[in-house]
Ligand binder design. Structure first.
Ligand code: SIN
Length: 567
């Protein structure tokens, strides 16, 4: 990996020119960017120590969190334990999980579920009042709490938002796009600090939100791929703006492709929850054959990377466009009772899952990599914290265990919120910050065309199965588009999103080229096996010629045992 591979995204500090003294200013102690589970949880935690502003790029509920179906994994059953949850997380993560991060998640997870109950989240429970627990891929047992059958995210979002709205120390701003983190001043170590963010609101225009500390919780980048289960807002803005501000990013080659997105021509690739397979549905091909049998001991409930690859390989053999999820064993009424939202969705396409197998295909689902943080969300850039999908603390390793992401948002959102709100920082102040970039005079850009060409190229060349040649072709294309796009100055989110998506695409593809092995979600047809010398993570930072390579420690029994003791 050399400098030139990232050079098109090395030299732009801000997306637009500005002079801070000329812009309206708003002040807060802690700024949280993002209204998914991690952002809302961070805001609640930070508000125990001071005032908070939370920004949502769109409406508050337009997040991947609100769309989540399956649920939240936590060891809550009498006969379950944190050590078992840790073991399943390590197994899915293909030897790249950070042991202390996993230990923290499984130890603190159950308490976070309790807190949700305290703030009024309504989980599905059985007649005795105990949590109904679902099973998903990679879990050795039923461990997933859920709400309204398949609408866990909606209920989680409702409960957390209600708690934030009820807290007088939290101000919530909707449809407020964060363009860039503003940096300046000097920290004790002589580095620039993050002083807040430049924002854009359709009614109020550009504003500066100054904060003692900023928590990025802006979600992932699933919109980079043509086939995706993600909400339209998932354009990688957080990773791109943190990169421009000098933060380190890691693990971006690892992108989780969910095995079962609805495959109906012209329809959005809606997620068909893994919990459907957990209730006994099978993957079959056009002839009714269960092609996952024999590929893994857990069959269709193997970790997602294995199932997604199994589907793609089977489709390559059969030349079929899709496979099917056969949920007929649940019956029409049974399916509707357990998965009411999905039943309604499928009904809209004339599919009764009680009588007809559901056409499905894998689609991009979750960004495993992101802004590199410690266990408290600290990014290494003074004043900047990150949590949730935008962040990477090594929890998921090379492949995320199903339903660990909402739990991650809760556990590490709380930690980041506390750390941000209690960190030593100079008093909030507006400073003189100037961005004097000039517009380029290169021709007009067709934003719709660039967006759709980029998404197709990422799906074709940086998708489930990759090769060095195709990654190189993709990088050439991305660099070409970067040259024509990154030096432009746009005045609304459509242009800024494209610039962020291109920067993220360059980072993902560069990281995927660097990893010359197959591990977890990253499959290289030209390097088909895991390599012991690649049991590392690469840390990338702007203006650095190459990645810093960091070895990953082996989990020991002690990690699981500690986790069990503390839960
Ligand atoms: C699902 O319901 O299958 C998605 C859950 C997750 O992504 O963890």
């Amino acid at each position: 990996m050399n400098e030139s591979m990232l050079s098109p995204i090395q030299d732009r500090r801000y997306l637009i020119p500005f002079r801070s003294q000329l812009l309206p200013s708003i002040f807060t102690e802690t700024l949280v960017i993002g209204s998914g589970v991690a952002g809302l949880r961070a805001a609640l935690a930070a508000a125990e120590h001071g005032d908070v502003i939370l920004l949502a790029k769109d409406e508050f509920e337009k997040t991947n969190t609100a769309w989540a179906q399956g649920g939240i994994a936590a060891s809550l059953a009498e006969d379950d334990c944190a050590a078992d949850h840790a073991r399943d997380t390590f197994a899915a993560g293909a030897s790249l999980c950070e042991p202390s991060t996993v230990e923290t998640l499984v130890a603190e997870g159950p308490r976070e579920i309790e807190r949700l109950t305290e703030i009024g989240m309504r989980f599905d429970r059985d007649a005795t009042g105990a949590f109904e627990l679902a099973r998903e891929g990679g879990h050795g047992r039923r461990r997933i709490v859920h709400a309204d059958g398949d609408a866990t995210g909606r209920e989680l979002s409702r409960a957390l938002l209600a708690a934030c709205r009820a807290d007088p120390r939290i101000r919530l701003f909707e449809k407020c796009f964060a363009l860039d983190l503003v940096t300046g001043g000097t920290s004790e170590r002589g580095e620039d600090r993050v002083l807040g963010a430049m924002t854009h609101h359709p009614k109020y225009g550009l504003q500066l939100v100054w904060a003692r500390a900023t928590v990025l919780a802006s979600g992932g980048m699933g919109q980079l791929w043509r086939e995706t289960t993600n909400s339209r807002i998932a354009t990688g803005d957080g990773v791109a703006m943190a990169w421009r501000a000098g933060a380190t990013v890691a693990d971006l080659e690892f992108v989780q492709f969910h095995p079962t997105a609805l495959y109906v021509a012209g329809a959005a690739r809606s997620l068909i929850s893994e919990a459907v397979r957990g209730e006994g549905a099978h993957l079959v091909d056009r002839t009714g054959r269960r092609f996952m049998e024999g590929r893994h001991a857990l069959g269709e409930l193997a970790p997602r990377d294995i199932v997604s690859r199994g589907i793609v390989e089977h489709l390559a053999q059969t030349q079929d466009p899709n496979v099917f999820l056969d949920a007929r064993s649940l019956g029409t009424a049974g399916f509707r009772a357990r998965f009411p939202g999905l039943a309604r969705l499928l009904e809209g396409y004339g599919i009764d899952p009680g009588t007809t197998p559901i056409p499905v295909m894998p689609a991009a689902h979750y960004t495993i990599g992101g802004v590199w943080t410690d266990l408290h969300g600290a990014t290494g850039v003074p004043g900047l914290y990150a949590c949730g999908e935008v962040a990477c603390n090594g929890l998921h390793g090379a492949n995320r265990l199903a339903s660990n992401s909402l739990l991650e948002g809760l556990v590490f959102g709380r930690r980041a919120g506390v750390a941000a709100a209690t960190a030593d920082a100079p008093p909030r102040a507006n400073m003189r910050v100037v961005s004097d970039i000039r517009p380029s005079d290169k021709g007009e850009l067709d934003l719709v065309d660039v967006r759709s060409s980029l998404r197709s190229a990422m799906w074709r060349n940086v998708g489930i199965v990759r090769t060095g040649n195709r990654l190189a072709d993709a990088l050439d294309m991305i660099h070409f588009w970067c040259r024509y796009s990154l030096d432009k100055i746009f005045d609304d989110p459509a242009g800024w999103e494209i610039q962020n998506m291109l920067s993220c695409a360059a980072l993902v593809t560069t990281a995927a080229r660097a990893r010359q092995e197959s591990r977890g979600t990253h499959t290289r047809a030209d390097f088909p096996t895991e390599r012991s010398d690649e049991r590392v993570r690469r840390l990338w930072r702007i203006a650095q010629a190459s990645a810093l390579v960091r070895a990953v420690r082996e989990p020991t029994e002690t990690h699981a045992t500690h986790a069990a003791g503390r839960a």
